[in-house]
Design a protein around this ligand. Structure first.
Ligand code: VGL
Ligand code: ZN
Length: 216
């Protein structure tokens, strides 16, 4: 279904390409099913945006979100950390490793800012705006506000974690916010995708498709 058109893109709009990194792509440490399917649509979308920002999951070795940091625990289990429940992940996006690099197949030479997140050893950060303690800011909201953007469009990996949390925080920061579904792919563990879509909808983040932005 085409869906309704979203009013034409302009100077007040920014695309956030979330975590298109080798560890989330096929063969990576935390490969998102069909993850490489986001690359072509994001490349196409990026050409329609004057302004593009990227995020990069960027963990120190031994990060608190890694199952390997919790003896006896397995990936995708939950633990309780100081700030609340945390899903445990395979080691991924370790600073300086190939898996942490943004895919070279992403062609967005005009990207203007790269926000790294998850670098605090004890706190995860799915969102590009706010760490999982829900207090520590990355500075992204202030940056986008100072740039004068009004609408934020999110796409990338993974729909149900970093893309959703980034979109929810963009909306909470006062931006009109969209999640571009065909340019995103989900991990979908323990009902996480359904929950994320529910939360996005409840928060007033609009889920759209690339066609609604791109002239056919
Ligand atoms: C992500 C799990 C752990 C993501 C990052 O980019 O969605 N998911 N770290
Ligand atoms: Zn991570």
């Amino acid at each position: 279904m085409a869906g309704e058109d979203v009013a034409g893109l302009g100077a007040g709009d920014v695309l956030i390409a979330v975590d298109v990194q080798y560890d989330f792509l096929p063969g990576g440490a935390l490969a998102v099913p069909d993850g490489d399917a986001v690359i072509e649509p994001i490349n196409r979308l990026a050409q329609a945006f004057r302004h593009v920002v990227m995020t990069q999951d960027w963990h120190p070795a031994g990060h608190a979100s890694f199952a390997s940091s919790h003896p006896g625990k397995q990936s995708f289990e939950m633990v309780e950390l100081s700030y609340g429940p945390q899903v445990l992940w395979p080691d991924h996006c370790v600073q300086g490793t190939l898996g942490a690099e943004i895919s070279r197949d992403l062609h967005i030479q005009h990207a203007q800012l790269l926000i790294r997140k998850g670098y605090n050893p004890a706190i995860d950060s799915y969102s590009g705006f706010m760490e999982a303690d829900r207090r520590t800011s990355t500075g992204l909201a202030g940056y986008l506000r100072e740039r004068g953007f009004r609408r934020v469009f999110c796409a990338g990996l993974a729909t149900d974690f970093c893309v959703a949390w980034t979109a929810l925080d963009a909306k909470a920061a006062g931006f009109e916010t969209y999640l571009i579904q065909d340019a995103s792919r989900a991990i979908d563990t323990n009902g996480s995708l359904a929950r994320a879509l529910h939360d996005l909808n409840a928060a007033g983040v609009r889920t759209i498709r690339s066609e609604q932005l791109l002239a056919s």
